[in-house]
Design a protein around this ligand. Structure first.
Ligand SMILES: CC(C)(COP(=O)(O)OP(=O)(O)OC[C@H]1O[C@@H](n2cnc3c(N)ncnc32)[C@H](O)[C@@H]1OP(=O)(O)O)[C@@H](O)C(=O)NCCC(=O)NCCS
Length: 191
């Protein structure tokens, strides 16, 4: 639903599967993600690669993309032997920073996922955590070191991030993340 953002401009919020993205949208997403190995992905390859993701987009009235978030459903979290289907926020980028687009889009994303009873988390470097806190989300500070990720048949501690963000976790799941520690890690399962 359109809402007024900073500057009183009416922006739009769109949710699309990869297969529904236009070639122009895919081009803008890849330019803004700035991942070298993905830059030359053809639209068909992009759609196959991200077939288990949803794209949440904030656009201006001319449908120009202002902010992008990918929700990855290719992901589960195992804590205390129980597997939880928790979606992952990734590829979150504003086409122009500090204009309110990130906060506006995340508000839509969390509302949308909550209305569908989907729990979701994100990961970030500590320097970005204030943004998520200002945007109203709970942060599990320095808990990424209690995650374990499977690579090449072994479990690794992810090193790219520091903190975990609760986008839509319910109270029980929040408690599970609060309780993570060296002897009680969470295992990230990418299907
Ligand atoms: C992270 C990102 C999406 C934030 O979006 P944004 O549109 O720039 O942020 P907003 O303008 O909505 O900011 C919302 C609030 O957070 C604050 N904020 C934004 N970035 C911040 C940062 N890095 N550190 C501290 N506060 C920050 C803003 O000042 C604003 O505060 P206010 O509500 O009191 O005015 C954007 O910085 C970005 O695209 N970064 C590059 C991509 C990236 O690194 N993504 C991964 C992040 S984990």
């Amino acid at each position: 639903m359109p809402r007024l953002s900073k500057g009183e401009i009416m922006n739009d919020y769109l949710v699309k599967n990869a297969s529904e993205l236009t070639e122009a949208e895919i081009k803008t997403i890849l330019e803004n993600w700035d991942v070298e190995e993905w830059k030359r992905l053809e639209p068909g390859d992009f759609k196959r690669k991200f077939e288990k993701s949803e794209f949440h987009l904030l656009t201006d009235p001319g449908l120009n993309i202002l902010c992008i978030a990918r929700i990855n459903f290719h992901f589960k979290v195992q804590i205390n032997e129980i597997v939880y289907p928790i979606a992952e926020l990734v590829g979150f980028v504003a086409t122009e920073i500090l204009k309110g687009y990130g906060k506006e889009l995340l508000g839509h994303v969390s509302g949308n996922l909550k209305s569908r009873n989907i729990e979701a988390i994100g990961f970030c470097r500590n320097k970005f955590s204030k943004f998520y806190e200002f945007s109203g989300f709970k942060i599990f500070y320095y808990k990424v070191k209690y995650l374990r990720e499977r690579r090449n048949e072994s479990w690794y501690i992810p090193v790219e991030d520091d903190d975990i963000i609760s986008l839509t976790l319910n109270d029980n799941t929040i408690q599970l993340f609060e309780n993570l520690n060296e002897t009680n890690p969470a295992y990230l399962l990418f299907e």
